[in-house]
Design a binder for this molecule. Sequence first.
Ligand SMILES: [Fe+2]
Ligand SMILES: [Fe+2]
Length: 176
Amino acid sequence: MKTTLISTKIVPEFHRQIGSELEAFLQYLAIAAYFEKAALPRLAAYFSRQAEEERGHAMRFLQLLVDNDVDVAIPSVPAPEVQFRDAEHAVTLSLERELRVTEEIHSLLRLARQENDFTSETFLHWFVKEQLEEVSSVDQLLKMIQRAGNHRLLLVEDFLGRSDQMKPSKKESEGG
Ligand SMILES: [Fe+2]
Ligand SMILES: [Fe+2]
């Protein structure tokens, strides 16, 4: 007996979203490596943590499908951008990505509502909140980089070292 509680229409969209989260995972790994190479370890650590969060997001979607007795298909993902003009460019890219993912989450939620799929709707609420946190965190980082300027990124490093506010919350280390 199939025990699927989510809409059959939303299943391919969740598969696609696994790909989108993994794409973000790879992009943030690439940005972390860029900052590591530039000897900016705290910016690198910020993006390594972001990458781990994205992996956690992909795992949440994957687990939802498994819990719903769906055969999981992981899509192939394009290679991330690895050439960055400067820190501002790299962080702008990640803000654009977060805004795009927010749109994706919102359209998944619209579909869940259309389908009267309460299971998916409830599942997606966590992501709505998460996207607000992520967009606001990256937006704050971008503003700081713009204010400091690309030649004074050590100020940003110093701030990241002292501030807990800019650290993505610990919840992702628990698998989500
Ligand atoms: Fe994500
Ligand atoms: Fe994200």
